[in-house]
Ligand binder design. Structure first.
Ligand SMILES: Cc1cc2nc3c(=O)[nH]c(=O)nc-3n(C[C@H](O)[C@H](O)[C@H](O)COP(=O)(O)OP(=O)(O)OC[C@H]3O[C@@H](n4cnc5c(N)ncnc54)[C@H](O)[C@@H]3O)c2cc1C
Length: 400
C-alpha cells in the first residue's frame, strides 16, 4: 500500500493536515508532504477537496532486500514501574544462543526514563550491547512512541532478528512495527532456532487450536520478528562482561503521540505471579468439584506453592481465571509442577512443559500427561493427596 500526492492538483488548503490523526502530513511550499510517521490509514483521502491524494491498495511488489546489510539479534524490553519484565531476560538467554550461532552481536534495547543506575546490573545478562533510549515520557509505555523510536532504530541499525515478549504491551507494538517496516512477524512462538543451511530464523508456534506445531520462516524480508510468551525460555546465568552502552537522549515532539497518559491505574485484583513461581500445584477436572479443590490448595499450602489449573477448572468456576495454565492462560516454568487430575491436553502442555520436574497424579495410566511427566502416580488423587500432605507436614515439622 502506498499514498501519493499529486502536486499539480494540491492547493495547499491544509484539510489533509487537519484530518490526519497521526500528524503525519505537513505543508511544504504550500504543498502537502507525507511524513515518515504516516501509517497509511487513509484518513486524509476523503477530506481533500481536489482529490489530490490517492491511497494505492493491493499487493505491492516486494522490493529486493539485501539481506547482507542486516546483522545482529535484538531483544526489546518492556517495563512497568521501572522494573523490566522477566520475559526480556528470558529472551536474552535464547538471543545469546541464536547470536552465537550466527556469529553476531546480541543487543538489548531499553526505552525508558530512569535506567541509568540499573545499567550495570542489567549488563550481567549476557548481551554485547545496550541501546538505551532515554526520555522522561518513556517512563510509561506509549504505543506510538515505541513504534516511532524502534522503527527509526531498526531502519538505522538493521538487525536481522528482533525478539519481543508476547505480553499485552509486546503484542501491541510488535505488529505495528512489522507493518511499518514490511517485516515478517510470528506471534506467540514457543521455539526459536536457526536453520543451519539458510541461517534463517525458524519460529515454532502452536496452531489450529494447539493441535499442531507450525514452524514458520521468513525468507523474503528483514528483520525477522518474533514474540515469545513469558516462561518459555529460561533466564541466562548472570556473567561479568564488558557491554557497550549507547545512550540516546530522545527529544519527542508533541505531534509524535496521539495519546497522553493522565493516570496509571492498576486494575489487577490479585497478586498471582505464576510465571515466577518455584513450585506450582495444579488441578484439573479430575479434582471433581470446587469444594474438593481445597485438597489441591492444602497441598500448595504445605509446599509453599502457587495454585494453578487447567482451563476446564476455570470454566467450571473452581479457580480464578488468572490461575489458568496453558495456551490461553499463563506459561510457567517452575522447578516443580504437580499436575493433579489433569489429562495432559496439548493446550495445557504448551503452558507447563518447560517445568524442571513434572509430577502427574492421574487414575488413568494412559493419560497423555504421563508422556511428559518425570514422575507419575497412577491412582485416585483423593486417596493420594491426603497421604502426600501428611508426609510433607511431617517433613516440615522435622525441619523446624
Ligand atoms: C483453543 C483452545 C485453547 C485451550 N487453552 C487451554 C489452556 O490454556 N489451558 C488448558 O488447561 N486447557 C486449554 N484448553 C482445553 C484443553 O483442550 C483441555 O480440554 C483441558 O486442558 C482439559 O482439562 P483437564 O485435563 O483438567 O480435564 P480432562 O481432560 O477432562 O481430564 C481430567 C483427567 O483427570 C483424571 N481423573 C479423573 N478423576 C480422577 C481422580 N479421582 N484422581 C486422579 N485423576 C483423575 C482423568 O483420568 C483425566 O485424565 C484449550 C482448548 C482449546 C480448543
Amino acid at each position: 500500500m502506498s499514498i501519493l500526492i499529486d502536486d499539480e492538483l494540491c492547493t495547499g488548503c491544509g484539510s489533509c493536515v487537519n484530518n490526519c490523526p497521526y500528524s503525519a502530513i505537513e505543508l511544504v511550499n504550500n504543498k502537502a508532504k507525507i511524513l515518515p510517521s504516516c501509517n497509511l490509514c487513509g484518513a486524509c483521502v476523503e477530506p481533500c477537496p481536489v482529490e489530490a491524494i490517492t491511497l494505492k491498495r493491493g499487493a505491492q511488489k516486494a522490493a529486493k532486500v539485501d539481506f547482507s546489510q542486516f546483522k545482529g539479534v535484538w531483544v526489546i524490553t518492556e517495563h512497568y514501574k521501572n522494573i523490566i519484565h522477566n520475559v526480556a531476560f528470558q529472551l536474552l538467554g535464547k538471543g545469546r544462543e541464536l547470536s552465537d550461532i550466527l556469529g553476531v552481536d546480541l543487543t538489548f534495547v531499553i526505552l525508558g526514563a530512569n535506567f541509568d543506575n540499573e545499567l550495570d546490573e542489567i549488563s550481567k545478562y549476557g548481551m554485547d550491547k545496550i541501546i538505551y533510549v532515554k526520555s522522561p515520557i518513556l517512563k510509561h509505555y506509549y504505543s506510538d512512541l515505541y513504534v516511532k523510536v524502534l522503527s527509526e532504530l531498526i531502519i538505522e541499525n538493521k538487525p536481522e532478528i528482533i525478539l519481543i515478549g508476547a505480553t499485552p504491551t509486546g503484542r501491541d507494538f510488535a505488529p505495528r512495527i512489522a507493518k511499518k517496516l514490511n517485516a515478517g512477524l510470528t506471534a506467540d512462538c514457543t521455539g526459536l532456532a536457526i536453520n543451519p543451511e539458510t541461517m534463517n530464523l525458524l519460529q515454532t508456534r502452536p496452531t489450529f487450536g494447539g493441535n499442531i506445531m507450525a514452524t514458520i520462516r521468513n525468507p523474503n524480508s528483514r528483520p525477522q520478528m518474533a514474540t515469545v510468551r513469558p516462561g518459555i525460555f529460561k533466564e541466562p546465568q548472570k556473567v561479568e562482561k564488558k557491554v557497550s552502552v549507547k545512550k540516546i537522549d530522545y527529544a519527542f515532539e508533541e505531534k509524535d503521540s496521539v495519546s497522553k497518559i493522565i493516570k496509571v491505574i492498576n486494575t489487577s485484583k490479585t497478586h498471582v505471579n505464576l510465571e515466577d513461581a518455584k513450585i506450582i500445584v495444579a488441578g484439573g477436572r479430575g479434582v471433581g468439584s470446587k469444594e474438593k479443590f481445597k485438597l489441591i490448595e492444602e497441598l500448595a499450602d504445605v509446599l509453599g506453592a502457587e495454585l494453578g489449573g487447567s482451563r476446564i477448572t476455570v470454566e467450571l468456576n473452581w479457580l480464578d481465571p488468572d490461575r489458568q495454565i496453558g495456551q490461553t492462560g499463563v506459561t510457567v516454568s517452575p522447578k516443580l509442577y504437580i499436575a493433579c487430575g489433569i489429562s495432559g491436553a496439548v493446550q495445557h502442555i504448551v503452558g507447563m512443559e518447560n517445568s524442571d520436574v513434572i509430577v502427574a497424579i492421574n487414575k488413568d495410566p494412559d493419560a497423555p500427561i504421563f508422556h511428559i511427566a518425570h514422575y507419575g502416580i497412577v491412582g485416585d488423587l483423593h486417596e493420594i493427596l491426603p497421604i502426600l500432605i501428611e508426609e510433607i507436614k511431617t517433613i516440615n515439622l522435622n525441619k523446624e
